[in-house]
Ligand binder design. Structure first.
Ligand code: ATP
Ligand code: ATP
Ligand code: CA
Length: 220
């Protein structure tokens, strides 16, 4: 299914979103104030235009109203990012995703009705920090301020035991939602209580951060 997207701001982040959407066959309108950026993306995006997104008249002329999902990836210029988001909101865009530069920026974006606020540097930093703390934490996805999904490589304390033996839900309040097995790259998305964990298995665990952390301390 082809959907219409617009990416405003073609820095490293916006540029990467634009490339990926385009390579997945999506229809993307790329917007930036800098001509060289537009020249770079002319052959990547379906349409690429030099425009200042803070100019409401320009946004209307570009037919932005007909676009389902707009990604605002204007970085340093926080004022431009906020103003653009506000105008997109007023124009009735169904879904607006905005890259925030800092926590204050994020707060304002949420307040004015951005549907999704992302903070790639902060989130990637957190992920990396978790994997640095423990070599066994392969990935970390924040679900809310205090709940996450983590991917944990099974160590000696887990291998050879079943979920029942480990009694994970009862002891830690966490659920093992999937087990990826090393050799065949298979994924079992609803492991039975009798499932025995094997060497090189990766457990996908959902739970409160404090519970996951207890689990990590005792069993990872
Ligand atoms: P990244 O870290 O993703 O590389 P950044 O956060 O450093 O990017 P900037 O480089 O400040 O972000 O901005 C991203 C892009 O947004 C730039 O290419 C810039 O030209 C563009 N941009 C800034 N203001 C506007 C605007 N008003 N309208 C359209 N594009 C804009
Ligand atoms: P519960 O009362 O905790 O739901 P149960 O009576 O349904 O358990 P089983 O499903 O056989 O019993 O599981 C026994 C125990 O094994 C559970 O209490 C739980 O601690 C652990 N367990 C089973 N499946 C999982 C899972 N997917 N994730 C975490 N722990 C599990
Ligand atoms: Ca940056």
């Amino acid at each position: 299914m082809k959907r219409e997207f617009a990416v405003i701001g073609l820095g490293r982040f916006g540029g990467s979103v634009c490339r990926e959407l385009s390579s997945e066959g999506m229809d993307v309108l790329a917007i930036d104030t800098i001509e060289s950026k537009i020249n770079e993306y002319r052959h990547i995006a379906s349409h690429a235009v030099i425009a200042d997104a803070t100019d409401e008249k320009v946004l209307k002329e570009l037919g932005i109203r007909n676009i389902d999902h707009v990604i605002v990836a204007i970085g340093e210029d926080i004022q431009a990012s906020i103003l653009t988001t506000l105008m997109l909101k007023e124009l009735g865009i169904k879904k607006i995703t905005v890259k925030a530069q800092n926590d204050y920026h994020e707060k304002v974006l949420n307040k004015i009705g951005a549907d999704q606020v992302i903070h790639p540097e902060r989130d990637m930093g957190r992920k990396i920090a978790h994997s640095i703390i423990s070599n066994n934490i392969l990935d970390h996805l924040e679900l809310s301020d205090d709940h996450s999904i983590v991917e944990i490589k099974a160590g000696t304390k887990l291998v050879g035991k079943s979920l029942t033996e480990l009694d994970i839900r009862a002891r830690f309040g966490c659920n093992v939602v999937a087990i990826k097995s090393g050799e065949a790259n298979e994924i079992n998305v609803s492991p039975l209580a009798t499932e025995v964990i094997e060497d090189e298995d990766v457990l996908v665990i959902i739970g409160a951060d404090k519970d996951i952390s207890r689990f990590e301390k005792q069993l990872v």
